[in-house]
Design a protein around this ligand. Structure first.
Ligand SMILES: [Zn+2]
Length: 349
């Protein structure tokens, strides 16, 4: 697989409109909340039905880590839910790291706090906005003219497991009738990450990661695109997930439909989905795009993650021997309370 970020917006629009059909677009907290359901009580992953398997647990089609509460899958059995849930979630959480905090993603336990490795610096989203505690010489925060650069470190994570967590979400929201084409993808998802893969999905194992500046500009939204016909040499299914400050896009492995991919003389390329913010002059700046190879099954340790945070207003408190708890009290900051905050309404820009 290959990619090309240099395509301009018009070319990308043409690529998507000519080669793909939009299959779905769901936005969290909108009027129509989809339930990913089939009527015959059969697990979309293992194909087993009740009473062989049970469907007691609430299966989130999209990870709760990124703020999902509504997108629930009714046809994921408890065994599959357990099997896929733990490992993928854990790796995804470590990969997203501080970005969940800075994008104010409300997960099951509220907005997570971020603590640096040494435990001496931390970021909390509070009733007074974002509060960052840091000590001199820690190199955690680098102040810039109109913002600050936060130097964080990701906890150890496996890139392949992170990629799989996106694939799992893409399959959870795919209309059921398409699941038939993805049986080998499901088998591959269930493989132990340290084992040699029987299915070889290497060509697919990367993500397009886009950073959108601004205070939580993106509502949790999912897009699915299916190739218009089987003659076109592009991946069969592309999935895009946007939330907070990030847009993630993957080509979902589908050996059944993509058996021809990569065999022709022309390299297969995919491009970032044109986003509505690219069509306007967005006040917070441009979208940054990264292409990341995610095929490493091993844990990556100590990966740096720098995030720039612009601000209009920043107050710096010097400790001056005071206890942090006292400073927080004086300023009326409650680390456990959240600022009431409305995301940007794109229609008002
Ligand atoms: Zn199952």
């Amino acid at each position: 697989m290959d990619y090309d970020e240099l395509k301009n917006l018009q070319e990308r629009v043409a690529y998507f409109t000519k080669k793909y059909m939009p299959l779905f677009q769901y936005t969290h907290n909108s009027d129509q909340t989809p339930l990913f359901d089939d009527k015959n009580n059969t697990c979309r992953f293992c194909g087993k039905s009740s009473p062989k398997v049970t469907f007691k647990k609430k299966a989130h089609a999209i990870s709760e880590l990124i703020g999902n509460k509504e997108f629930v899958s009714r046809n994921e059995c408890d065994v599959c839910n357990e099997q896929f849930g733990n490992s993928f979630e854990d790796n995804l959480s470590k990969y997203l790291g501080i970005t969940r905090n800075l994008s104010q993603i409300h997960s099951k336990k509220g907005v997570p706090s971020y603590k640096s490795e040494s435990g001496k610096s931390r970021v909390d989203f509070t009733n007074k906005g974002i509060v960052i505690q840091d000590i001199e010489g820690s190199n955690f925060i680098e102040m810039k003219e109109n913002g600050m650069l936060i130097h964080s470190v990701r906890q150890s994570y496996s890139p392949l497991s992170v990629y799989k967590s996106f694939v799992k979400m893409a399959l959870s929201v795919l209309p059921y009738e398409y699941m038939f084409y993805f049986w080998s993808t499901v088998k591959w998802l269930g493989e132990k990450s340290d084992a040699t893969s029987y299915y070889d999905m290497k060509d697919y194992e990367w993500i397009i990661e886009r950073f959108v500046p601004g205070p939580r500009p993106l509502s949790l939204t999912l897009h699915g695109f299916i190739r218009n016909n089987d003659v076109i040499e592009v991946p069969f299914y592309q999935f895009v997930l946007e939330f907070g400050n990030y847009i993630y896009q993957i080509a979902v492995p589908c050996k059944f439909k993509d058996y021809n991919l990569g065999k022709s003389k022309n390299k297969i390329t995919i491009y970032p989905m044109p986003h509505e913010l690219e069509f306007i002059k967005f006040q917070f700046g441009k979208i940054e795009t990264n292409f990341k190879v995610m095929n490493n099954p091993n844990k990556i340790k100590g990966e740096k993650l720098d995030v720039f945070m612009g601000f209009e207003n920043c107050e710096i408190y010097d400790g001056n021997g005071k206890k942090i708890d006292d400073i927080l009290k004086e300023e009326g900051i409650n680390l456990k309370e959240r600022l009431k905050y409305k995301p940007i309404n794109l229609n008002e820009i």
